[in-house]
Design a protein around this ligand. Structure first.
Ligand SMILES: Cc1ncc(COP(=O)(O)O)c(C=O)c1O
Length: 414
């Protein structure tokens, strides 16, 4: 008789998990070229500049700037706006902590708005409700690769004279109404950390169509040097060394060459999973909204109906894992629930800490959807699962179907 793998049955998945990262001789040769050139930093080499140009072209942006991490990208994007201490930036609480930490590290105040159930991205109505005279920017996160509703968010931003900083850490080559994510707002920020769809171990990329902002971003990244200034020791503004190394850039260039094909592969697999999950009781895919022309699927987000299963989400996920599926509950702790934010342990960032203290109690009431998704229904597969071949996807679908069919065994397992 059929049985859950959790209870001793045969696992639904028998094929191996896709490997990640993927590389071949191209990466090895590119790295070797940097080593033997002797130019290991961007001030002497041209690998970083070359990959910036390629990424700007891929995202249809005028400019791209490489930095040392996604959080740095976000922080420099804010600093490029020259915000006064304590300026407010609206972001989701359902995100990786770096989104909000970058705001604090820019001496600004993160103000949380709720997300839409349909996209898990910022809800424009919630954003509108938290705007004050201190708000300077909206920072949508394209969660898991799902493009946020850039029509609604950019409309609000325009109406109130706000910048839009896109946290596109999950969304390389996602598109909204066929426009590249990272090219729609004022500035786009991408993470290149090892788990990301585009990866060089660590790193970040900033995109913009605004040449003045790009000049300021370049200086912030390079100890305050103004781009094009031949003097190595002239520093016009406060900046730091946030430069990417030529080693990272060399690997990144090779990875970027594969990104389009990999993105299409995940997008097609995501569509297959959407169709399948829509008819498996107890699970639901995110609906595909009008305007969502490409989802890069850094994460495959879905929801679990614990009333159907009669057990909490984590037990359902445990059953899926036993069937051989990598999955997790997503961001099960909202940003404002982490100790750093509960205790307002913001170190020297006084602008942010003064402004934040007053808002602590109000956050949960303002973000009921984030609360529900984080603590009850949210779940995801990592993007490596979306890199599977057709057999792998069949097995993932069968694992979902099996756990759904055998829900009584799970509920009664004692
Ligand atoms: C949504 C989001 N924003 C920002 C970051 C920060 O990127 P990094 O780890 O490269 O600093 C991440 C990284 O996981 C992320 O998931």
């Amino acid at each position: 008789m059929e049985q859950l793998a959790l209870l001793g049955g045969q696992a639904a998945r028998t094929s191996p998990h896709p490997e990640w990262p993927l590389f071949d001789d191209a990466e090895l040769t590119a790295l070797q070229n940097v080593v033997s050139s002797g130019e290991w930093g961007r001030l002497g080499g041209d690998a970083t500049r070359t990959v910036e140009e390629a990424f700007a072209a891929a995202t249809t942006c005028k400019h791209a700037l490489a930095v040392n991490s996604g959080q740095t990208a976000l922080r420099l994007a804010i600093l490029a706006l020259n915000p006064p201490a304590g300026a407010e930036i609206i972001c989701p609480a359902y995100t990786f902590i770096a989104t909000a930490m970058a705001i604090v590290e820019a001496n600004c105040v993160p103000v949380f708005a709720d997300i839409e159930h349909s996209s898990l991205c910022l809800d424009a109505a919630s954003v509108a409700s938290v705007i004050t005279e201190r708000t300077i920017a909206i920072m949508p996160v394209h969660l898991g690769g799902v493009p946020a509703d850039m029509d609604a968010l950019c409309n609000i931003a325009e109406k109130h004279g706000l910048a839009v900083i896109e946290d596109a850490s999950h969304a390389h080559l996602s598109t909204w109404r066929n426009r590249q994510i990272g090219s729609i707002g004022t500035i786009g920020c991408f993470s290149l950390q090892a788990s990301k769809n585009l990866n060089c171990g660590e790193g970040g990329l900033i995109t913009t169509n605004d040449s003045a902002l790009f000049g300021r971003l370049s200086a912030l990244q390079n100890n305050g040097r103004i781009p094009g200034d031949p003097s190595r020791y002239r520093h016009a503004i406060l900046g730091g060394n946030y430069r990417m190394t030529e080693f990272q850039a060399a690997v990144l260039g090779c990875q970027l060459n594969r990104l389009d094909e990999q993105t299409q592969h995940r997008f097609e697999n995501g569509k297959r999973l959407n169709t399948a999950l829509a008819s498996i009781p107890g699970f639901a895919p995110l609906p595909v909204r009008d305007g969502e022309t490409c989802n890069a699927y850094h994460l495959y987000c879905f929801s679990i109906d614990d009333t159907y299963f009669g057990v909490p989400r984590d037990e359902v996920l445990g059953a899926l894992r036993a069937e051989g599926i990598s999955c997790g509950p997503g961001y099960a702790t909202l940003v404002y629930e982490h100790d750093a934010f509960v205790n307002v342990d913001f170190g020297p960032y006084t602008g942010a800490s003064n402004g934040y203290i007053a808002s602590i109690d109000a956050n949960r009431a303002k973000c009921p959807v984030s609360d529900e998704v984080a603590h009850r229904s949210g779940a995801w597969l990592p993007m490596t699962e979306l890199m599977a071949d057709a057999t792998g996807i069949d097995e993932i679908i069968e694992a979902f179907a099996k756990v759904s069919r055998l829900r009584d065994n799970l509920a009664n397992k004692g």
